[in-house]
Write a protein that binds this ligand. Structure first.
Ligand code: SAH
Length: 240
């Protein structure tokens, strides 16, 4: 009898993977995933059968993983958390009677938050700017409502070649509801090789450094920078 683990491997650096994810990968005979993500866990998969596909082969990758899991132990991997813009949902939608276990991971917003300070301390939300599955009108509407609701906003998939202007348009929408000195963090390759963090405010935000390996975190009305750290207060009354 086989089994399918749907694993979030975390942001990329091996030490940020959960022990449970590590054990499931060790136990697996077959690893399925986007080739760049398999690269991240290369030292763990040297003796495994690998099934890697290109970026847009999600459905094929899931079908294959489910089929193999009928008689082998398989892990299908996503970066970050597999249930946040990862493979977990699609696997469960496609699953018939295969045994499936979802194993969570450190998502990009948590990883990036730790790199810049503690920006997500109050109510926050994730919005993906990818329009592959969601119409841009819906994305802009969510951005507007999140901005109005004073949520701290983590923008996933903030920029790609095909939609270079979405990020600046969405930042303009947010800017209508937030003060100009609201902190904005861009973290590229959080907690993995090539990490780079940059702090801006809404007023001086420059989206030219943002790419698909970056996440953008916009603070709420209370967020501020202290000694280079991006903080959103929870609301504790500090003794002077
Ligand atoms: N399942 C993943 C998200 C996949 S969507 C997770 O939970 O993190 C892909 C987007 O996630 C990227 O375009 C980028 O915006 C963000 N991302 C993933 N890993 C990242 C990292 N280490 N540093 C910065 N952003 C990252």
């Amino acid at each position: 009898m086989g089994k399918l683990y749907v694993i979030g491997i975390g942001p990329g650096g091996l030490e940020h993977m959960t022990v449970k994810a590590l054990k499931a990968i060790e136990e697996s005979e077959v690893i399925v995933g986007y080739s760049k993500y398999i690269e991240f866990i290369k030292p763990l998969v040297v003796d495994k059968e690998l099934y890697s596909t290109g970026m847009k082969g999600e459905e094929k990758r899931c079908r294959e993983a489910l089929a193999i899991s009928r008689d082998k132990i398989v892990s299908i991997i996503s970066t970050g958390d597999s249930g946040i813009y990862g493979m977990a949902g699609l696997i469960l939608e496609m699953r018939k009677d295969e045994e499936v276990e979802v194993i969570p991971g450190v998502t990009a917003s948590s990883a990036a938050a730790s790199v810049v300070g503690a920006p997500l301390m109050h109510d926050n939300c994730n919005i993906s700017l990818s329009d592959l599955m969601t119409p841009y009108e819906d994305i802009k509407n969510r951005v507007e409502l999140a901005a109005k609701g004073d949520f701290i906003i983590s923008l996933y998939n903030p920029k790609s070649m095909g939609r270079p202007h979405y990020l600046s348009e969405c930042m303009d929408i947010i800017g209508k509801h937030r003060r100009g000195n609201t902190p904005v963090a861009v973290v590229k390759n959080a907690l993995r090789e090539g990490q780079k963090k940059t702090l801006f405010t809404i007023d001086d935000f420059d989206d030219s450094i943002v790419d698909m390996f970056s996440i953008v975190i916009v603070g709420n009305s209370k967020s501020y920078i202290k000694d280079g750290k991006f903080i959103t207060p929870r609301g504790y009354k500090l003794e002077k």
